[in-house]
Design a protein around this ligand. Sequence first.
Ligand code: LMR
Length: 392
Amino acid sequence: MLERLAPQSPDALLALIKLYGADERPDKIDLGVGVYRTGQGDTPVFGAIKAAERKLVEEQETKAYLGPEGDMGFVNALKPYIFGKDDPTMGGRIQGMQTPGGTGAVRLAVALAQKAGVERLHMGTPSWPNHGQILADIALEVVPFKHASPDGTANVEALLAAIESAGPNDSVLLHACCHNPTGIDYTDEEWDTIAEAIAAKGIFPIIDAAYQGLGQGMEEDAYGLRRVLGAVPEAFVAYSCDKNFGLYRDRVGAFYAMTETPDGLDTVFSNANALARAAWSMPPDHGGAAVRLILRDPSLVENWLDELTQMRERMRKVRGVLADAGMAGSVDLRPLGIQNGLFGMLPVTPEQVKQLREDHAIYMAGSGRINIAGLHMGNIRKFIDAVAAVTG
Ligand code: LMR
């Protein structure tokens, strides 16, 4: 039986973690998987998380099951940060549930959309490779459009054309901020136009918000998501705390649905619970519980937001140095200065990516995506020189 299985290649991004680990060159640079790194190259646990974890050890009285929706204290405490402080439930029209990371939330969102009758999903490409893998796995048809323009800004026309071409059972997947892999976000004015176009066409939006706070700020990064939700009757949001709370391996995410009226939520969540139960039964508790403890304690909130600000500012500084360098060989580094979040894309060939890895110990995704946070003042010159050497 099992010999009928065809071998699959390992996830290219995750495979890089192992390749990098095995490289013994002391000046190697990891620009692969999307984890934040400090100026010293570390990915420490947030101080606020450590404090919340200590509290959790003291206060948690049981580890008995919670149910497929997970920790609703966590899910609800996040709402004002995502949907705004004024009316974070949109008049009772938004509800959520916990998921294993942002991946779980995306998986649940697209599977539930498909169950509700969505037949095709419009998606800007390139996108996070796992978007494509999840959509292929549930056999939902993807209609691609170009996310980026050659000058390093968003190709809004392509998105608007995709929306305009949409059929009645179509959905569109949007990145709320810090686009993965390009770092290219829509401006607020562009979001205004996009929200109106989505509303006018009646296409169902699914918004992936995996990097809130890593671009311009917690509020700023929520502009587009809130603008779209304010314009449409229904939407799904897939949220991740893996990056903005540094909880990566603890897998902390949430899925939110907004329905036309509050009484639509029960049916949506009875379906979401059933899908979750069949897939993972319940999400892991620990990280979500730690986030809940932070969000209920104003001094921990302050610590968390300070740490997030430091991360954001460090990445802006790295982006500034790259942009100031101008050209590195044939690669124009200037657009990186106006892009957001952990990622940016270099216009390099797979062969040049290989050369950077083999000749210069610089590790990045085969697509040319770099993790900006893998750079710091101690290695950025080496990186720019290496890009110049392989593309010059
Ligand atoms: C990334 O794109 O590097 C992250 O989102 C990690 C992942 O799961 O792929």
